[in-house]
Structure formats: structure tokens, C-alpha cells
Design a protein around this ligand. Structure first.
Ligand code: BYC
Ligand code: FE
Ligand code: FE
Length: 471
């Protein structure tokens, strides 16, 4: 495997010391990053010891080191998965050729845009989650938040490395811009919609890590197939870290479901809100919100960009390597579209429908999680169930964004949508209620009333371990 320089000013396994120009460029970006982190990173406990894992190698076991660290001293590093010897491009128009190790001139612009789009989401999510520690429901949850935040910071480093190493002056300018945009800023917003939405309560945080980080998993997996090998190797390693973010989200919602379900069982006929817990209809609305915004992150159902990304062998499908056919030519996909005021099926050349193909894999994965949560409700003996809204519901990108649909995916009028908005999506009153129960629980081993304790701690530590030393 490649040598890891753990003690360099920027830990890395890319032989940074042998490329002084690149090293200097990244070292000159570093102070701006740290300034951004202090301004926009977690607003609490920056000076406290938190029990965090740090990536120290790309080995499957032993890649992470757990210890107490103060976040501004976190060792953000650059780690690419080891190269596969003689790797060949395995999809798109360049099938069978050796992978690109340098950016092909003709693809410079689309590749840079793709990397910048990926990069932009990482700091955006940190900004969105900035204030959550103040209301953390337990020290373990606070620690998990910080873990996700520092790793999103590392993902930014991963993309900035690619921009600096492969895109010259434009890449350096883009890297600087990544520190200037701000989530939700009307003048300098983040690039993608979901990353400009507020995420100020922990129900939203769990829905975000469940649904929005999960888009990250599918996008990274598609980029991990890339014929541009440095991108593929970077994304392969990022996926290792991503698994924890997804588990924070999925188990977080599971823990809400468990607590709420138990209270419903113990107090039949009582609105659990009066018991200080999250009622299932509110949880459903938060799910509807983040799921629909996350569906937007896959882009339009019919997209010539998607076709270009695939044709140029830069972005594959999910688990492309496991598929039987790798050109995606001479095939069609049926996409329901609105035509003449009605939903009709349209046949689209497969390459133009690849955003939708990836969304299919994502939706299936989300449905799996829903089944697990509903199984929990069933076990507790509660009849209510959670669902996923239709993928046409509440969309801001693609075919369905120009029309209104109900949660079942039926075409409705804008007036009908507005009349039902509060039934389907979190209202100001819902958010106020959630804020009212988000009381901080910062004592060792304690947990907020609205959430059940996790089944296990982290790295073999029990739940009553001092995950953040607030002391
Ligand atoms: N919001 O052809 P279209 C993660 C733009 S998350 C705003 O339909 P395309 C993470 C689009 O840019 C993973 N704008 O879509 C998670 C285009 O603009 P231009 C992030 C949007 O290009 C949690 C126009 O609409 N990674 O890692 O095929 C925490 C028409 O676009 C949106 C990536 O996204 C939107 N939702 O696909 C931390 C991978 N959607 O060109 C991290 C890289 C589309 O007309 N990105 N637009 O100005 C891509 O592969 C593609 O850019 C997209 C869009 C899949 C996002
Ligand atoms: Fe990330
Ligand atoms: Fe993530």
C-alpha cells in the first residue's frame, strides 16, 4: 500500500513532500480553511476534548485512530485508496482504455464542475449543522455530530486536493470559492438546493444524515467508478467514512421511532407531544422534507449532463462494475412525465435517464430503512406506519418541479398543494414544537426524553463513556 505521512503538516498518502509546488499551494489554502472552520464549524465545544476517529491509513482494518482531540487540532488529511494495477476504464465511450491519471483536455470543464459540486456539499453540511451541539440529546450524539462534521471537513480537503493537483490556477480559484460560499446565504449560496436549507434541530439532523448523506453515498459510489483514477480512488476512501454518517441518521430515526412507539404503547390515546416526544406525523413531515430535497440532488430525470458524464467515462452507475453491460447505448428507460396536463410514460434513451437510474437505487435503499423502522413499530405493537412520499412530491429540480403532486404522486393544482402543505411538510408550528423539546442533555450517560439511548456506543465504548469532556 502507499506510504502514509501521518506527521506532515497535511497528513497524506500521496507523497505530497515530493511535489513542493502542490504542497505549498495546499499549505497556503490551509489557514483559510481553519479560519472557515472556526467561523462556520461547530459553534460549541471547539476547545473541548472530543473522542473522535481520525483517518490514518486506507487499510480496511485499522484505518481509523480513536482518541480525544480538540476539533481545530483535528488532523485533516488527504487519503486516496490504493491504485488498482493496470486499471482499465470499464464504462462509457472509453471502455477498455487505461484509466486517466491526468485530466483529459476535452473534459476539463465538466470534470472540474463535477468535483466542485461534490466539494461544495461538504462544507455546506457543516454550516447547516453548526448550532446543533447546543441542543445535543446526549454526549454520544454530540460526539457523532462532531465526527460527521470533521469528516465532511476532510471530504472538502479530498476534493480541494484534486482541484489543486489537477486543475492549475482555475482549481486553486475554485478551492478559494469553496470557502466563500455559505449555506443559505442569498448572495453567495451553496450550489445544490438541499444544502441551503436550515437544519437546526436533531430530528432534521437525523433525517439529513439519513437521506442527504445517503445521496452522498450514491454520488460517491458513481464517482468511485470514474475513469479519472484520482477521483475514483478519492471517492472509494470517502465511502469508508460515509458509512458512519448514514448509520447516525438511520439509527437516529430508529431511536426516535422506538421512543415514540413505546410512549404511544404506554399511553394509548394520548398525543405524545404532551409527553415531550416527537409524534409520528411530525416525524413523517420531516422525512418528507429531507427526502424530497435529497431526491433533487440526483438532478433532472432527463439530463444531457448525465449522458455526457457517462459517455466521457467520468461518472458511472451505482456498482457499474457488477453490471453486465457498460455502454448504456441502444436502451431506453421509461420516465413518467407531465404532458398536456397529464402524467404519461415517456421513453428516454438510457444515457439521458442515468440520474433517474441512480435515484432508483437510492429510493430502494431508503425503502429498506423504512421497512426497518416500521418493523420496530410493529414489534412495539403500534399500528401507525411511516412511509416515503412519491418521488414526484415537493420537487424543485427536474420533470416534476414545474407541477404540484400530492404525497402519493398524483398531479394536483398549486392551490391544492398549498391547502395541504401543513399536512405534508413541517410547518412553523412543527418547528417551534421541535425546538421546544430540544433541551440539551450534556451529562455523561444521560439521554433526552424524546430519544431512546443507542444500542451501543462507539469503538467499543459504552453509552456512559465521556464522549465529549465538557467539564
Ligand atoms: N440543486 O442536468 P441536470 C454529499 C442544476 S451529497 C440546485 O438536471 P445534472 C454530501 C445542475 O447543476 C453528493 N441545482 O442535473 C451529503 C445544472 O446546472 P447548470 C454531492 C441543481 O447536472 C451530505 C442544472 O440544474 N455530489 O456528498 O445531470 C453531507 C440542470 O441539471 C440541483 C454530487 O452531486 C439541485 N439539487 O446532475 C455532505 C456529485 N440538481 O449546469 C456531503 C457531482 C441539479 O445548468 N454532481 N441542479 O448550471 C453531479 O453529478 C451533478 O452535478 C448532479 C446534477 C447529480 C448534482
Ligand atoms: Fe462527505
Ligand atoms: Fe457524509
Amino acid at each position: 500500500m502507499s506510504d502514509v505521512d501521518r506527521f506532515a503538516s497535511i497528513p497524506n498518502n500521496v507523497d505530497l513532500h515530493s511535489d513542493k509546488r502542490l504542497q505549498r499551494a495546499l499549505e497556503s489554502w490551509q489557514p483559510g480553511y481553519l479560519e472557515w472552520w472556526r467561523e462556520m464549524g461547530p459553534a460549541m465545544a471547539q476547545d473541548k476534548d472530543a473522542y473522535l476517529r481520525t483517518a490514518i491509513s486506507v487499510d480496511t482494518d485499522g484505518w481509523a485512530h480513536f482518541d480525544y482531540v480538540k476539533m481545530p487540532e483535528y488532523r485533516w488529511g488527504i487519503f486516496l485508496a490504493d491504485p488498482t494495477p493496470d486499471r482499465k476504464i470499464h464504462f462509457g465511450d472509453h471502455v477498455g482504455k487505461p484509466v486517466f491519471n491526468e485530466v483529459p483536455g476535452e473534459y476539463r470543464n465538466i470534470l472540474r464542475r463535477m468535483i466542485v459540486t461534490q466539494a461544495d456539499t461538504e462544507p455546506a453540511s457543516v454550516e447547516q449543522q453548526r448550532k446543533l451541539a447546543f441542543t445535543a440529546p446526549s454526549l454520544l450524539d454530540m460526539r457523532n455530530l462532531f465526527q460527521v462534521n470533521v469528516e465532511e471537513g476532510r471530504h472538502l480537503w479530498a476534493m480541494v486536493y484534486l482541484l489543486h493537483a489537477h486543475f492549475g490556477k482555475d482549481g486553486r480559484e475554485e478551492a478559494d470559492e469553496l470557502l466563500r460560499r455559505r449555506s443559505g446565504d442569498p448572495d453567495k449560496p451553496r450550489i445544490l438546493g438541499a444544502f441551503n436549507q436550515p437544519c437546526n434541530d436533531w430530528v432534521s439532523f437525523f433525517a439529513f444524515t439519513m437521506f442527504t448523506d445517503r445521496d452522498g453515498k450514491y454520488q460517491l459510489a458513481s464517482l468511485a467508478e470514474s475513469g479519472f483514477d484520482p477521483l475514483a480512488r478519492t471517492c472509494r476512501f470517502m465511502l469508508t467514512e460515509e458509512a458512519h454518517h448514514l448509520s447516525v441518521g438511520e439509527t437516529g430515526i430508529m431511536r426516535i421511532v422506538r421512543r415514540t412507539g413505546e410512549l404511544m404503547k404506554q399511553h394509548p390515546g394520548v398525543d405524545v407531544r404532551t409527553l415531550g416526544a416527537v409524534d409520528l406525523p411530525t416525524l413523517q413531515r420531516v422525512i418528507n422534507f429531507w427526502y424530497s430535497y435529497s431526491l433533487d440532488l440526483f438532478g433532472g430525470e432527463i439530463s444531457s449532463n448525465a449522458a455526457d458524464f457517462f459517455a466521457s467515462s467520468l461518472k458511472g452507475r451505482y456498482q457499474e462494475e457488477r453490471r453486465a453491460e457498460h455502454t448504456a447505448l441502444d436502451q431506453m428507460k421509461i420516465v413518467p412525465v407531465v404532458d398536456g396536463g397529464r402524467l404519461t410514460n415517456k421513453e428516454v434513451p438510457l444515457r439521458n435517464a442515468l440520474n433517474e437510474v441512480l435515484r432508483d437505487d437510492y429510493v430502494e435503499d431508503c425503502e429498506r430503512a423504512l421497512r426497518r423502522w416500521n418493523h420496530e413499530l410493529e414489534k412495539i405493537g403500534v399500528e401507525a406506519r411511516l412511509t416515503l412520499p412519491s418521488r414526484r412530491f415537493h420537487r424543485h429540480q427536474g420533470e416534476y418541479s414545474r407541477h404540484a403532486f400530492d404525497s402519493q404522486g398524483e398531479l394536483i393544482t398549486a392551490e391544492q398543494f398549498e391547502a395541504n402543505r401543513a399536512k405534508w411538510l413541517p410547518s412553523e408550528a412543527d418547528m417551534e414544537f421541535l425546538r421546544s423539546i430540544m433541551v440539551p442533555v450534556h451529562q455523561v450517560g444521560k439521554i433526552a426524553n424524546w430519544l431512546s439511548a443507542p444500542v451501543r456506543g462507539v469503538n467499543g465504548q459504552a453509552f456512559d463513556f465521556e464522549f465529549v469532556r465538557l467539564g
